[in-house]
Ligand binder design. Structure first.
Ligand code: IPE
Ligand code: IPE
Ligand code: MG
Length: 238
């Protein structure tokens, strides 16, 4: 993918991958077929971001609230995740992509956790792009887990409560190793965060498109990055 005419390239892109079900419904297909096609968009994004020189890509793959869906759909999504992880490890090795994950990962089925940790371990030394999957992830849950971790450290006398500030709080979140996202993309037109990265998106640029996730591929990514290049970020200054 060419990047000459794009302007500033975001260092970290986060995506709320939404609209798989609607994509399938429009075609009279089962929702799971939408998820299967959505997984192909994931591969396109990883390739596209690597080609553009993006350093971090965080994908919202399964939210804390998505457990409320019918068991049949949840099971299909977990199966798809496991297959994806097993298949994509080779591709990630070839493309020098490092896999990471955030969320309450211990909630995932045993076989998914195993495939996930295997893929994370195998790709640990890759350096081109860090792909972070948000799985069983909720922004509020992450903040609660951060508070618990701080309270524990204070209790043990490792830190003094007077030392708590935004920077140190960030170090108790799942995302402590990554910079905050520069660009947030949400597909399928919904104007909400749905409990995604509540803390980290404070100064992120938003890009919302009506395209459904299975239709969001490299050309659409390019358009989003181009729009980002035209933004004027002020961070509260002038
Ligand atoms: C996004 O697509 C995938 C997940 C949330 C796992 P949806 O399944 O939410 O699709 P819509 O929003 O029903 O179209
Ligand atoms: C957000 O999409 C979660 C993911 C993309 C994983 P949802 O489809 O779950 O969000 P709502 O229900 O429309 O807010
Ligand atoms: Mg949805």
């Amino acid at each position: 993918m060419k990047k000459d005419d794009l302007g500033a390239i975001p260092r970290h892109i986060a995506i709320i991958m939404d609209g798989n079900g609607r994509w399938a419904k429009e075609r009279g297909l089962p929702r799971t077929e939408g998820h299967r096609r959505g997984a192909e968009s994931v591969r396109a994004m990883t390739e596209g971001c690597r080609e553009l020189g993006v350093e971090f890509l965080t994908l919202y793959a399964f939210s804390s609230e998505n457990w409320k869906r019918p068991k049949r759909e949840v099971d299909a999504l977990m199966k798809l995740l496991e297959i994806y992880l097993k298949q994509e490890t080779k591709v990630m090795m070839k493309n020098n992509i490092k896999l990471q994950a955030i969320g309450r990962l211990h909630d995932l089925p045993e076989s998914c956790q195993k495939a996930l940790h295997q893929a994370i371990e195998t790709t640990a030394n890759n350096t081109a792009l860090t792909l972070i999957l948000a799985l069983s992830y909720g922004g509020r849950e992450e903040i609660i887990d951060g508070v618990k971790s701080i309270v524990e450290a204070v209790g043990k006398g490792h830190i003094d409560s007077a030392m708590i500030n935004t920077e140190m709080f960030g170090k108790h979140l799942y995302t402590r190793y990554y910079p905050d996202p520069d660009l947030l993309i949400r597909t399928s037109g919904e104007m909400r965060l749905s409990n995604f990265l509540l803390w980290q998106l404070s100064y992120t640029e938003f890009y919302i498109t009506d395209k459904l996730w299975p239709d969001f591929r490299k050309d659409e990514l390019r358009e989003a990055v181009q729009a980002y290049g035209k933004r004027h970020r002020r961070f509260g200054g002038v």
